[in-house]
Write a protein that binds this ligand. Structure first.
Ligand code: ZN
Ligand code: CU
Length: 479
């Protein structure tokens, strides 16, 4: 038997959360072919794994890479972190299925320009991904705001029964074509007018297809418990699992309240399948939202359509430059992007270490001054939170980035180092792995990620892409 790759004497952290072990691991074609204490066989490439960790490639469960996987298929911000699969279509916005009229509504503009929305069905999107073959695997959710924008003339009201019917039909088709489930972004003005019943009607389609419901809550500020309750009710109605996206307690008045939100999780988990994802930073980022402008914490502008020269400056600075207050300055900058320093570090730690929390970057790939989570989320969990802060053992960190995520999102034969599973693998140095991206220099590949394989193809090595790409579109289990 001749293998393509043979890792000798490597420390396997297999993604299951179970103990690590020393082994030889062989790759044949796109699969993990053998795992044993010693494999004495021929291989095209033998890799000495002594002192190195081999883990499943990381699954970024929360991304906005929808059009980037097609336009910039090298996907350096992700593959350089050891990410081998991205889930797109989060926060109510997906490129898959979108039909754009005159203009791209907020926050769909995070995904790209009007000309990038050219996939009216999940099937069309899947075909394009297959044709381009990005460096990472791609799976998609269906965005509620996207469905609204397809069916409704006015997004600032509840959908009519006719419009709901249209949304349901499109969602059903998308799920049949392999989409993972439905995402909402109820906090955004373009979805905020949707009553709970509107989303519940869509959740009925999820039930039939066993999809998942993920949500950027209606509020991450003071009414967060009510917003969580709404999400859980929608899940119960559809009899489907619920994922709370980028779980946080935002706003100074809300700091410390993850004690309450996680207690609510504890209670609800006894009778319902609920979980969350989280990025390892205490600052958030999105489009600039007038409602979130405050002097309680710092806000940095990352882009502005009318004033691109202000990218990288704080809202305070800009207001001073213009000799006005932060609210008027905000108005003049719109449409714009922002980083909000709106979380408490202790809350971040509590959420990240919570047993059912997965890691998702929520990186914004089209931002000229992106939040560093785009390039740093995964190595930051491994380096800063796991090794330096001792928040959890390495086996738990890797589980939150691979095995837990694949199981939750029904990604078949991914997320574990197991014979017969796809050879999505990352080789790293647990002693040096570290995020390099900072708020002032956000576009930097991580340290310590030595090589990355996607479907058995070595795609990243020594801080650079190899030029070989092997990512695939992943359909929900059973599709
Ligand atoms: Zn979001
Ligand atoms: Cu998001």
């Amino acid at each position: 038997m001749q293998y393509q790759y043979l890792f000798k004497n490597v420390t396997v952290v297999d993604g299951s959360g179970g103990p690590e072990y020393r082994a030889d691991v062989a790759v044949q074609g796109d699969r993990i072919a053998a795992i044993a204490p010693a494999i004495n066989a021929q291989a095209e490439v033998v890799i000495d794994g002594t002192g190195r960790v081999l883990s499943p490639g990381f699954i970024d469960v929360h991304t906005h890479d929808d059009t980037n996987v097609i336009r910039i298929p090298e996907m350096l911000p992700k593959i350089s972190q050891g990410v081998t699969t991205v889930i797109v279509g989060n926060c109510g916005i997906s490129a898959a299925g979108a039909m754009i009229g005159d203009r791209v509504p907020d926050p769909m503009n995070l995904l790209g320009e009007k000309e990038h929305f050219v996939y009216p069905t999940v099937e069309a999107y899947r075909q394009k991904v297959a044709e381009v073959c990005p460096a990472v695997n791609v799976a998609t959710l269906v965005g509620h705001t996207m469905l609204r924008n397809n069916q409704m003339a006015d997004l600032y009201q509840a959908a009519s029964p006719q419009e709901i019917k249209g949304m349901r039909a499109q969602l059903r088709a998308a799920l049949q074509q392999g989409a993972l489930g439905l995402s909402t972004g109820l906090a955004y003005a373009t979805a905020f007018a949707a009553p709970t019943e509107e989303v519940m009607a869509l959740a009925e389609e999820l039930a039939a297809e066993q999809g998942i419901y993920t949500t950027h809550l209606r509020s991450e500020f003071e009414p967060i418990l009510e917003a969580m309750d709404e999400a859980f009710r929608i899940g119960r109605h559809g009899k489907v699992p619920v994922v709370i996206s980028h779980h946080k307690c935002a706003g100074a008045k809300n700091w410390g309240r993850t004690r309450e939100t996680l207690k609510l999780f504890d209670q609800v988990r006894q009778s319902q399948d609920v979980s969350c994802d989280c990025y390892p930073y205490s600052a958030s980022s999105s489009t600039l939202d007038m409602k979130q402008i405050t002097d309680e914490f710092a806000i940095n502008i990352t882009w502005s359509e009318p004033h691109p020269e202000m990218a990288g400056k704080s809202l305070q600075e800009i207001a001073q430059l213009w000799q006005t207050d932060i609210h008027s300055a905000g108005k003049r900058l719109m449409p714009a992007g922002a980083i909000y320093y709106n979380m408490d570090e202790q809350d971040v730690r509590r959420v990240l270490s919570y047993p059912v929390t997965m890691v998702g970057s929520d990186g914004l790939p089209n931002d000229p001054m992106p939040h560093p989570r785009l390039w740093g989320a995964f190595p930051r969990v491994l380096g800063y939170y796991c090794r330096e802060q001792g928040l959890f053992p390495l086996t738990v960190a890797v589980h939150k980035m691979s095995g837990m995520s694949a199981a939750r999102y029904q990604l078949p034969q991914r997320g574990l180092i197991k014979e017969g599973y796809f050879a999505d693998l990352v080789l790293f140095d647990a002693d040096t792995v570290k995020d390099s991206a900072t708020f002032s220099q956000p576009q930097q590949p991580a340290e310590g990620i030595e090589a990355v394989w996607v479907n058995g193809v070595k795609s990243y090595e020594q801080q650079a892409v190899t030029g070989q790409r092997a990512g695939r579109f992943i359909c929900r289990q059973g599709k």
